[in-house]
Ligand binder design. Structure first.
Ligand code: 5AD
Ligand code: SF4
Length: 488
């Protein structure tokens, strides 16, 4: 019987990718994946520290699996990722039964560390140097980009994959833990990324999503030659078999025209930009150290729309940041109303120990006020999302079919409800046969809700449901959800 590994992932796409890579490595070590913690010999929790709520979720999950060790004393419980990097001691204090604490830069060592716990029954800790503790080069070297050969069985779907192009972040927004949990910004060499994309496409992948905390800051310098994100994308664009290229998350100040021109000109690039603004108030933006004003962002947004006609833009917001007055909140609400984002992810400010904001500014907006602003902003955005989605009714869109919708998952039959995304990242739901999964079909949009389009597959696309054109689709048990998570 092979040893079994169970993994839970919270947080952003970067974490989903890290979990895929860790499980891939363990499988090569002879492990099988299980989705039942009680059956597992190794239980891993890949964690997020961006808000306190995410950390609480991990501590409760750890509490729930503690009993596994009573029945199976050889079981290994591990905490991976951002919380491991940031709070190694706290994790061991609050959950002393944890055997393994592995930071974001040491994930390649997981199989060896599991073996070591097994051999010694001693807890194992592997984390990177803190940014305050050493020089940049030493800290950089301790955060290793972990991108081994890809294992197709752990991906959200067999035809979609995340590709890391950059690790870390150098922006140091005052509220954010990421620069300390993921270390200094480092761009991967373009040749490595192109080779990885070719390998993924050989494995049947049709869509790649390039990941970076500030993905559009990507730059790789070798001698005189500098590769920007636009060059990187152009360099992979003509890979035969590759159909779509996306990239997240963008930093407003680094949205250069060469990138927007690439998005417009290159047909495989999804016409969708996630560019978080965080607040519409200059004073709040200054305290957040975002390095731009609301007016700058609004101009950048206009430039995106002018250079890439039809582009869909989404954003993130933090409400209730330190010192956010009603007047500052009103400016954010005005920006959301006017900006017409396709969607926004809205978060209540969560003070993170160790960040500049935690040291400098009191977390002085009461939770009820944060909640009220959150709901209010959500209502404004939902109305805009409704208008954005309604505007597509009557059009025909190209959809990469991802799989059954949540409703379709509960139905077995030749035709059920499927879901996929358009070239502007709109979610579309329609009826079709499973044979369409993994294909690009044309869907006539007949109806819309604020976050979903509904429609009918065009007859020409339905032709492809014939068995001879079918691509078999396998989903690994416990593979991360098909629905991309909100960004952290
Ligand atoms: N509190 C609340 N939201 C946060 N984010 C980052 N740090 C915090 C925090 N301390 C949000 C930002 C970011 C998204 C990924 O998470 O909006 O864009
Ligand atoms: Fe955090 Fe993003 Fe700011 Fe980097 S750019 S510090 S990841 S919010």
């Amino acid at each position: 019987m092979p040893q079994k590994v169970y993994i839970e992932t919270v947080g952003c796409q970067m974490n989903v990718l890290d979990s895929e890579l860790v499980v891939g490595a363990l499988r090569r070590h002879g492990y099988a994946l299980t989705d039942t913690p009680a059956d597992a010999d190794v239980l891993l929790f890949n964690t997020c520290s961006v808000r306190e709520h995410a950390e609480d979720k991990t501590y409760s999950a750890l509490g729930r699996v503690r009993h596994v060790k009573r029945r199976n004393p050889d079981a290994v419980i591990g905490v991976l990722g951002c919380m491991a990097q940031k709070d190694q001691d706290a994790v061991r204090r609050r959950a002393p039964f944890v055997d393994l604490v592995v930071g974001t830069g040491q994930l390649a060592e997981v199989p060896a560390l599991v073996d070591k716990v097994r051999a010694t029954r001693e807890p194992q800790l592997a984390v990177s140097l803190g940014r305050a503790d050493a020089g940049r080069h030493e800290v950089e070297a301790s955060f290793v980009s972990y991108d081994p050969a890809r294992d197709p069985s752990m991906r959200p779907t067999p035809f979609q994959a995340y590709v890391r192009i950059q690790i870390g972040c150098d922006k140091f927004c005052t509220y954010c833990v990421v620069p300390s949990t993921r270390g200094p910004e480092q761009s991967r060499p373009p040749e490595h990324i192109w080779a990885e994309v070719r390998q993924l496409v050989d494995q049947g992948c049709k869509e790649v999503t390039l990941l970076g905390q500030t993905v559009n800051s990507y730059a790789y310098q070798r001698g005189e030659s500098r590769t920007r994100l636009s060059d990187l994308i152009a360099g992979m664009h003509d890979t035969p078999g590759l159909e779509r290229v996306k990239f997240v998350t963008n930093y407003p100040k680094d949205m250069t025209d060469d990138l927007l021109d690439a998005v417009r000109e290159l047909p495989k690039v999804v016409k969708y930009l996630h560019v978080p603004v965080q607040s519409g108030c200059d004073e709040v933006l200054r305290r957040m150290k975002r390095n731009y004003t609301a007016a700058y962002y609004v101009e950048m947004l206009a430039r995106c729309r002018e250079r890439v006609p039809g582009v869909a833009v989404t954003s993130d917001f933090i409400v209730g940041f330190c010192g956010e007055t009603e007047e500052s909140y009103r400016k954010t609400a005005d920006l959301v109303r006017a900006a017409r984002f396709k969607n926004s992810f809205i978060f209540k400010y969560s003070e993170r120990p160790g960040t500049k904001a935690a040291g400098r500014y009191p977390d002085d907006v009461p939770d009820e006020v944060k909640k009220r602003r959150n709901n209010d902003l959500l209502a404004i955005q939902t109305e805009n999302s409704r208008l954005d989605h309604r505007a597509q009714v009557g059009s025909t869109v190209e959809v990469l079919v991802e799989g059954p919708s949540r409703h379709g998952e509960r139905v077995a039959g030749p035709v059920r409800q499927l879901t996929g995304r358009t070239m502007t990242d709109h979610i579309v739901v329609f009826d079709g046969s499973d044979r369409l999964i993994g294909q690009t079909v044309r869907v006539a949009v007949t109806d819309a809700s604020p976050f979903t389009l509904y429609g009918d597959v065009e007859p020409a696309s339905r032709e492809r449901e014939r068995p001879e054109d079918a691509t078999p689709v396998a989903h690994a048990p416990g593979s991360p959800g098909r629905f991309p998570l909100p960004l952290a």
